[in-house]
Each structure stands twice: as structure tokens, then as C-alpha cells.
Write a protein that binds this ligand. Structure first.
Ligand SMILES: Cc1cc2nc3c(=O)[nH]c(=O)nc-3n(C[C@H](O)[C@H](O)[C@H](O)COP(=O)(O)OP(=O)(O)OC[C@H]3O[C@@H](n4cnc5c(N)ncnc54)[C@H](O)[C@@H]3O)c2cc1C
Length: 457
């Protein structure tokens, strides 16, 4: 058994872990990055990147079907799923090569294999030990299911859904959160019938309620079925398909059931508890500076309770490397991390919903403006409906931005600057938005909140 010492050992080479490693070597530390599968983790190989490639193929299918609306005559000849897969895999492979090259160039020691924590700052891989002055846990997450709902056969998770080599005729989706609605969007665009089952009262239930309602209208218009506020009871499957039974006795028949009920932390059996790390329901508990209960042992990414997003993982990885270097980085609360759902239509938000802002600051202390994209020239040109809602503290900063419509995900960059820089609507109103862009809708909403609407009442 050999033992090698580093300034920092990172367990898990996904978004959180590799970002920590990259920033740490920039700061002059020696780093071992332990990865049992492929660097890049869920986001690159099974999450963000491949699903967004699929969604782009889906968008192209819709554009080609509807092109006559824009005076362009095309014939839609269907979707070649093998070619979609080749395109999707090409993107992932190229990004993966780029990442491996970067990690190598930065002289990070990559340890290939499954690591186990055998002491607070020591990871064992095979017969070898890797000890750090500091340890960063970043083992990520897996697709969860419900008690009694077994995955297998025609009951699948997002990993299997991504790898399907055919387009199902009819799919049932359990869960109307981000992963569920993104797959619904893809399959509908590819020609499948889709039915979503969501136990909460709305699709995309963590978003501003007015956005969820518009989202439901858009999905209804696209012919995507959904049932809300009713819980799943059971599923049976045979060679022909699945029959899903809901608590109220209604049934949904489909070729497949996609279970998209959230992701659980991958921490079981990795020695965390034995090494003394505090765990709660599988998640690693940290303080706001991402340190566990053990000095010098940190956790980042999906194993830390809160939003499970790749860019949160990146930010936390950078944060911890800088924290270890004594740079005292600024904490970014989860509420101020931008969220995008890349379906058609897209949903993008940052900060408090109006209801949460009213709870936090007092109902009479906040106001909002909801700008309808019908008034936005660029949105009209690309044929999208939607809105931009801005929530402010009266005589104070903007604390929430909530958008729905095609391409609004690209607007959240400005949105998160406004919220995180605690800008007042008056500050934004005096800045210029290029015409015609969808960004103008953000400008108009801020003009209105500042009391001087231009193209709105
Ligand atoms: C279908 C889908 C779509 C998504 N889309 C988006 C999106 O559009 N935008 C977004 O921001 N987020 C998206 N996400 C979420 C995003 O993928 C995760 O938030 C992100 O990957 C979390 O990063 P992480 O580093 O915490 O974990 P992971 O990326 O899961 O990485 C953990 C790594 O640790 C390794 N590992 C685990 N245990 C060990 C061990 N014992 N030894 C060695 N290595 C180990 C794993 O192999 C893995 O590579 C999506 C997720 C899914 C499933």
C-alpha cells in the first residue's frame, strides 16, 4: 500500500469536484482528483449537455414543421434518432476531450478508480492512499425513485431515457419538475404522445406561480397532457407497455414510464459517516462556507442540500478552493443562483418569487411588474408568447426576476447581475437595451417598475 500526500484531495470529478481542482491549482495547491467514471460527471455525460443537445434537435424539428409560417417551404421527413444520437454524442465527446486536456495541462493528478474515505482527509483507491491537508467531497447524485416503485424494464430514469435508440409512441412521465418537463418537450417535438403526472398543484412547481400557469397553458396548447395535484399509486408493465394508476383510480397507458422525481445524494457506502462526517438523509451537512463538521473537510455540488445545478457546483468548487487559500470568498445564497428550464417554452428565474419576497420583506413592502412579451418586437418575430416579471422591494432593490418564453434562458445572465448586484429598477431603467432584442423586455419591466413605462401601460 502506498500513500501520496497533496494539499487537496477531491473525491468526485463532476462539475463541483473538477471546478474545485482547477481553481485550487491556479492558487498554487497540489491536487489529486479521484474519479471512478469519466471526468465531467453527470452534467457532461448524462445531464445538462446531452439533454440540451436533444432539446436543440427537438427545436429544429419544430422549426422545420412550422417553417411555412415564416414563408419558408420545407418538408419535415421525420427524426432520425441514430443521427440525433451521433450529434449528441459528438458534442459530449468534444467537450469531454476539452476537459481532459485542460485538467492535464493544469497538472492535476487524476486518480482513476472508486475512492473511499478511510480517514477524514484520506481516500483509498484500490491499494493506494491519497491524503490531503484538505479534503473536498464531491460525489454527486443519482436518479431517485419512490418507495415501492422499482426501476427496470419499461420503467426508466433519465439515464435510460437519454440512451433510447427509438422514439416511443406514448410516454408517461412521473414528475413535472425540470427533468420531467424537458423530456416531455423533446418527446412531444419528436412526435410522441406525452402525459405528465405531478403530485403538486403545478408543473415547474418551484417557479413563480404565474409562470407555472403560463407554462401549463403552453403545454396544453402543444398537446402535452398532464395531471396535477394527484399522486402516483402503482405501475404494472408487460411486453406491450405500462399502466400507471393514480391515487384517484385513473390510469395512464404508455410504452414507457420515465421516473423524474428528483435526485438523491451519492454518499452511501463511501465511508463518510465512519470518518465522522455529519450526514442527514444521505446529504452532507455543511455550514454556509461549505465546511462539514470536520475541520478541513468540505463538500460541494449535489451532495450538499439545496439546488442541484451544475453552475452551483462550479461556483461552490471555486468557493472552497478560495476558502482554503484564505481568500474569504463571498457566499452566494441558493436563492440568487439562476435557474433555467430548457423546454419549449423556456423558463428562467433568479431570486425570490413574489410570494416568498412578501414573506421575507412584508407584503406591503414589495411590488412587481409583469411585462407581457406580446409587446416585445423580437419575441413577436420569433413567434413566442411569455412574460418577464420583476419583483422589487419598495424604494429598494430588485429581488426576483421570473421569465417564460422561447430563448429567455439567455436573458438570465442580465437578470442574475441585477439581483446579485442589488440594482434598483431605477438603475436598470437608465441603461440602454438594444432594439430589437428580447432583453428589451427586461428593460421595459424595469422602466415600468421605476414608474416610467415606455411601451407598456
Ligand atoms: C437529465 C439531467 C439534466 C440536467 N440538466 C442540467 C442543466 O441543464 N443545467 C444544470 O445546471 N444542471 C443540470 N443537471 C444537474 C447537474 O448535472 C448536476 O447538478 C451536476 O452534475 C452536479 O455536479 P456534482 O459535481 O455535484 O456531481 P456529479 O456531476 O454527479 O459528479 C460526481 C462525480 O463523482 C464521481 N464519483 C462518485 N462517487 C465516487 C467515488 N466513490 N469515487 C470516485 N468517483 C466518484 C462520479 O462518477 C461523478 O463523476 C441535470 C441533471 C440531469 C440528471
Amino acid at each position: 500500500m502506498s500513500e501520496t500526500n497533496f494539499d487537496i484531495v477531491v473525491l468526485g470529478g463532476g462539475s463541483g469536484g473538477y471546478a474545485a481542482a482547477l481553481r485550487a491549482v491556479q492558487l498554487g495547491f497540489t491536487v489529486a482528483l479521484v474519479e471512478k467514471d469519466k471526468l465531467g460527471g453527470t452534467c457532461l455525460h448524462r445531464g445538462c449537455i446531452p439533454t440540451k443537445a436533444l432539446l436543440h434537435s427537438a427545436e429544429v424539428a419544430d422549426v422545420s414543421r412550422e417553417s411555412a409560417k415564416y414563408g419558408v417551404n420545407t418538408t419535415f421527413n421525420g427524426v432520425d434518432i441514430a443521427a440525433v444520437t451521433a450529434y449528441r454524442e459528438g458534442i459530449v465527446t468534444s467537450k469531454f476531450k476539452g476537459l481532459e486536456g485542460l485538467i492535464k495541462a493544469r497538472k492535476i493528478t487524476v486518480v482513476r478508480g472508486e475512492g473511499k474515505l478511510v480517514a477524514p482527509k484520506t481516500v483509498q483507491v484500490g491499494d493506494d492512499l491519497y491524503t490531503g491537508k484538505n479534503m473536498i467531497l464531491a460525489t454527486g447524485s443519482y436518479s431517485r425513485t419512490l418507495p415501492g416503485l422499482e426501476i427496470g424494464g419499461r420503467v426508466i430514469t433519465s439515464e435510460t431515457a437519454l440512451a433510447l435508440d427509438y422514439i416511443p409512441k406514448k410516454v408517461a412521465i412521473l414528475g413535472g419538475g425540470v427533468i420531467g418537463v424537458e423530456f416531455a418537450s423533446v418527446w412531444k417535438s419528436f412526435g410522441a404522445e406525452v402525459s405528465i403526472i405531478e403530485a403538486l398543484p403545478h408543473l415547474v412547481p418551484n417557479e413563480e406561480e404565474s409562470v407555472s400557469k403560463q407554462f401549463e397553458r403552453a403545454y396544453r396548447k402543444r398537446g402535452i397532457e398532464f395531471s396535477l395535484g394527484i399522486r402516483f399509486q402503482s405501475v404494472t408493465q408487460n411486453d406491450q407497455g405500462v399502466v400507471v394508476t393514480l391515487e384517484n383510480g385513473t390510469t395512464v397507458e404508455a410504452d414507457l414510464l420515465l421516473v423524474a422525481v428528483g435526485r438523491g445524494p451519492s454518499t452511501a457506502g463511501l465511508g463518510f459517516e465512519e470518518a465522522g462526517v455529519t450526514i442527514d438523509r444521505g446529504f452532507v451537512i455543511t455550514n454556509e462556507r461549505l465546511q462539514t463538521n470536520l475541520e478541513g473537510v468540505y463538500a460541494v455540488g449535489d451532495i450538499v442540500p439545496g439546488l442541484q445545478l451544475a453552475h452551483r457546483g462550479f461556483q461552490q468548487g471555486i468557493f472552497v478552493a478560495e476558502e482554503i487559500a484564505g481568500l474569504k470568498p463571498q457566499v452566494v445564497d441558493d436563492v440568487n443562483i439562476p435557474k433555467v428550464t430548457y423546454s419549449d417554452p423556456e423558463v428562467a428565474s433568479v431570486g425570490y418569487t413574489e410570494a416568498k419576497a412578501a414573506e421575507k420583506f412584508g407584503a406591503d413592502k414589495v411590488s412587481s411588474y409583469d411585462y407581457n412579451l406580446a409587446g416585445n418586437g423580437k419575441s413577436h418575430i420569433i413567434g413566442t408568447a411569455g412574460s418577464v416579471k420583476v419583483v422589487r422591494v419598495n424604494d429598494g432593490p430588485v429581488v426576483g426576476i421570473h421569465m417564460i418564453g422561447a430563448r429567455v434562458g439567455e436573458l438570465i445572465g442580465e437578470g442574475q447581475l441585477i439581483v446579485n448586484w442589488e440594482a434598483y429598477p431605477e438603475d436598470v431603467a437608465s441603461l440602454v437595451h438594444a432594439h430589437p432584442t428580447q432583453n428589451e423586455a427586461l428593460g421595459e419591466a424595469h422602466l415600468a417598475l421605476a414608474g416610467k413605462p415606455l411601451h407598456a401601460m
